[in-house]
Design a protein around this ligand. Structure first.
Ligand SMILES: [Zn+2]
Length: 144
């Protein structure tokens, strides 16, 4: 059989049969399974309901899971909090025609300049991309 590229890692491999499209690397098999499950969830309401009930039951048996997860992964927890804040803001401030923003107060930004320093998540709103962590530091305009 002719070697084909794995869609997950792009490595060429010889498939066992005409149905095998992913190589046998564990990461690629996880990708294949995740893709299968995503398609199954989208196309099979019974499977989706079964997964939902199974997850609900599992969470009842492991009530501290997410609390421990956040303690183990403070970086991810912070990122998720930031993304949730953005989702909440989008929901609260959905554009309404009657709400027109007037002229900004010219010196309003001055008092906040110092507080801009810090780490932020740069979240694309148009394309479906991963958020990127950036660091913003303020630089004085007139150095001493
Ligand atoms: Zn692969």
């Amino acid at each position: 059989m002719e070697s084909v590229p794995c869609p997950a890692c792009s490595t060429f491999f010889i498939p066992r049969n005409k149905f095998q499209s992913f190589c046998l690397e564990p990461g690629c098999q996880r990708t294949r399974k995740a893709l299968w499950q995503k398609q199954k969830l989208a196309s099979d309401p019974d499977y989706k309901e079964g997964q939902r009930l199974s997850q609900k039951k599992w969470l009842q048996n492991n009530p501290d899971y997410w609390k421990k997860y956040r303690l183990r992964n403070p970086e991810k927890a912070g990122r998720n909090r930031s993304l949730q804040k953005i989702r909440n803001m989008k929901q609260q401030h959905s554009p309404k025609p009657s709400k027109i923003i007037g002229i900004a107060k010219m010196d309003a930004r001055k008092s906040r300049v110092q507080s801009l320093s810090g780490q932020y998540w740069l979240v694309p709103t148009v394309a479906k991309m991963d958020a990127v962590k950036i660091f913003i530091a303020t630089v004085p305009i007139n150095p001493p």
